[in-house]
Ligand binder design. Structure first.
Ligand code: NAD
Length: 353
């Protein structure tokens, strides 16, 4: 395994990110942890192993597993197996498994060792790094959780071979979002010139893509580890519009498609409000379109009330007003409220560019 980088978060806690050459390399590293280990999989990631390790919990796949009963299963297993505080929990899967494993590790005996092995693109570039852990509660996403960075994040591009296309595109939308938020244009240019290799999941290309994308996330989280300074919040670019669309349920595409759509609505809003450079917004919208996202989608007039309802539940608020992440230009994002009449126009009317 090659050490890619180390991220320092709250209280000086560090996460080392390691990249494996292949699955054999990954297995050898995982094998070096010894016996005091509890593994968390979901039904899909468990099938990546011919034989499961002795102490394991296999969750059902999907968001519905992010709950107290999964947490209880992991903790019960740890107690039944006599694991002590120096044990390690390994989350092997996408964001759901990693969020669950990390939350369990943060509370088992007031905190045990934690390794995450992200197996979705979204989890590699986003969920596994940054220390946020959570479960959904009372129908609200990520309502109960903690900050608990993994000691190690182990990434093997080989795990992406079995990832369904829809899940891959979910992650890719976050990568493009990172390209816009990056302080330099390296990732943006890479996405422009390596489209075919990225879409065909060429392993070497994926290594560069993940490395560049992770560096953007790390840049933001290191400056604002516990999301209290308004810096880390800009990583939510596209999510306010996107979540409203996703949760109002009229869009059959996945989370990534909603983030892509939402980012383009934020770019249009910024142009309209004189905040975003128009040429930049046009270029970024084209980039999303080139990867196949349905950017021109608009909600029906009859769906507006529900969409607005969902928007109003967004957590980023100031004095009761929802704050949107808007781009000024490459790497420069600001948090601003948007007039609801403009939001309505943007999500219903025909595209302006
Ligand atoms: N903690 C954070 O900072 C953070 C950041 C972003 C997202 N998240 C959370 O991450 C979750 C979404 O993560 P996700 O998109 O990875 O979803 P996921 O974990 O549900 O995985 C998506 C699907 O892909 C399957 N899968 C995973 N790896 C596979 C592989 N290699 N081959 C075949 N199938 C595979 C899973 O079983 C699942 O069906 C959400 O709950 C979200 O809240 C957390």
């Amino acid at each position: 395994m090659k050490s890619l980088s180390t991220t320092t978060l709250a209280n000086g806690k560090q996460t080392e990110i390691l990249i494996a050459d292949n699955l054999k390399d990954l297995s050898a590293h995982l094998g070096s942890y010894g016996r005091s280990v509890l593994w968390v999989f979901d039904a899909n990631t468990a099938t990546l192993f011919k034989q499961l390790p002795p102490v394991n919990v296999v969750l059902e796949s999907g968001e519905s597993s992010k709950n107290f009963s999964s947490l209880e299963r992991i903790l019960s297993n740890a107690v039944d197996e006599g694991l002590a505080r120096d044990c390690r929990i390994i989350g092997f899967g996408g964001g759901v498994v990693c969020d669950m494993a990390a939350f369990a590790a943060s509370v088992f005996m007031r905190g045990c060792k934690l390794t995450l092995v992200p197996t979705t693109l979204l989890c590699m570039v986003d969920a596994s790094v940054g220390g946020k852990t959570a479960i959904d509660f009372k129908g609200l996403k990520n309502m109960v959780g903690s900050f608990y960075p993994a000691e190690e994040v182990l990434i093997s591009m080989d795990t992406l071979r079995t990832l369904p296309e829809k899940e891959y595109l979910n992650g890719l939308a976050e990568v493009i979002k990172h390209a816009l938020l990056s302080q330099d244009e390296q990732l943006y240019k890479f996405l422009l010139v390596k489209k075919n290799e990225i879409l065909s999941r060429d392993i070497e290309t994926l290594q560069t893509l993940v490395t560049l994308s992770l560096a953007v996330k790390q840049w933001y989280i290191e400056q604002d580890p516990t999301e209290t300074k308004g810096i880390r919040q800009v990583l939510n670019l596209g999510h306010t519009f996107g979540h409203a669309l996703e949760s109002s349920g009229h869009f059959t595409f996945g989370h990534g498609a909603c983030v892509a759509w939402g980012t383009c609505r934020a770019l249009e809003a910024g142009v309209n409000m004189g905040i975003t450079d128009k040429a930049y917004a046009i270029g970024a919208t084209k980039l999303f379109k080139s990867y196949g996202y349905d950017i021109d989608y608009r909600i029906g007039r009859g769906d507006w009330i529900e969409f607005r309802e969902r928007l109003s539940k967004d957590k980023k608020k100031e004095k009761g007003q929802v704050l949107f992440v808007l781009m000024e230009s490459q790497g420069k994002a600001v948090l601003r409220p948007i007039d609801m009449a403009l939001v309505q126009h943007l999500v219903i009317a025909k595209p302006i560019f």
